[in-house]
Design a binder for this molecule. Sequence first.
Ligand code: ZN
Length: 480
Amino acid sequence: MTDFAEWQDISGSGVALEGASYALVGREADGGRALSVKGSTTGFSAALAEASDAGVYPLTAENARALRSRLPWLNPVPLGLRTSAGFGDRLGVATPGHIAAVRGTGVAPIFAQQSVRENTRTGRTPQLVLDDAMWSVFACGWRDPWGADADHLKQPADIPAFADAGYTFFTIDPGDHVDDAAEQDDLATLRAKAGALDWATLGSSLEDARASYLRTFALDSLTLTFDEQALLKALVKYGSAVAHTVRMAGQLQVSMAGRPFEMEISVDETGTTTSLHEHLFIASELTRLRVPFVSLAPRFVGRFEKGVDYIGDLGELDANIGGHAAIVRHFGSSYKLSLHTGSDKFGVYPIAMRHTGGRVHLKTAGTSYLEALRLMANVDPALFRRVLDFARERYETDRRTYHVSALLERVPAIDVLGTSDLPALLDEFDARQVLHVTFGSVLDHFGADLRQMLSAHAAEYTETVRRHFDRHLEAFKTRS
Ligand SMILES: [Zn+2]
């Protein structure tokens, strides 16, 4: 049993509620963190130190759950149609920076957000991701609603672990069921493929679809006319994806067992652009099938790549987002447009806000990790050189599941770079993408060093992340 006196309040945001008080405490000797509970300690377990009517507890999943049951604002909740932003955090230490950036903006935050793919690469679990965010929500004194996003769920079996952990926002990715070949198929092929769709799950038929769609849809700012070709292409390309979404929604209902949640549909990580006709088709089918969704992430024109600004013609994107926003309004503005791979798209944000009137969700995933590397380049250049060297070796393998176009030959070799050149690499297109997609491999090799660096420079890291996201959130502010 450790001496109670070694633990000191580090959060400065201790909370007293209903006769008990809670605070995060730290121990100088080993940098350890724990939870101090005074008053009733029922439900907390595995005490590190105990006094009468008080204890110090490890930051375990059990104790996180016990604290959530005492302090309601530590539970993630659905955020509805508010302008919102999701902050992925691969290391579990960036939430204080996210909170500092989002405070006062009026933007509704999602502080826990990881995809199945990212958890696989980082070796974290849905529960760990949510609890890491929650401890920071507690430590930073954030009391407003916040969400937790189970990102890019691909199959029903992905869902229960996130539902059990307390997630409230579920991003369904039916991308594996999108038939990109439909873009090229001739009419005969499209007809054959459409005939073979899972019409039972769709609760419809080709005749029904013809009756519903072969007409002109007059939206407020444009009209969309479906001819045979446009309808068959939409059906073939996205029909199976809609059916898969229905199955996923069914699993979610079961797993959530009556608890409130919201659902996003994402088809952003597919091979072809989502046309306006196709967006209308997807939204209309999900509505007909009574699958409620709070946001939809189409694949827009041009390229949204990891960690860099929009690649393409902003004028064309402006018209494209304007069209997608008109479709959202056609459905009563009952959902938001979601911008995936949203970090660093500074040219896109004002366009998205203007067209949607704030019905928008911004999703960023790996950028807080890149900010950790920026800090590393400043405070431990030798380690950063080893990381960059290693990332160069891994890039061609690790890039395969991501949309990136960086070329290794454009990343300067380590031996020509001076120490003062290193942080600026985090602002260069190619180096940024190479570092972005190799995070899993880098964490496998340098995870312990990276975490130690971040824990020794926690305040600087929070400040680095805050500065980075202040720029992101500027365009989304609903309060000033
Ligand atoms: Zn995405």
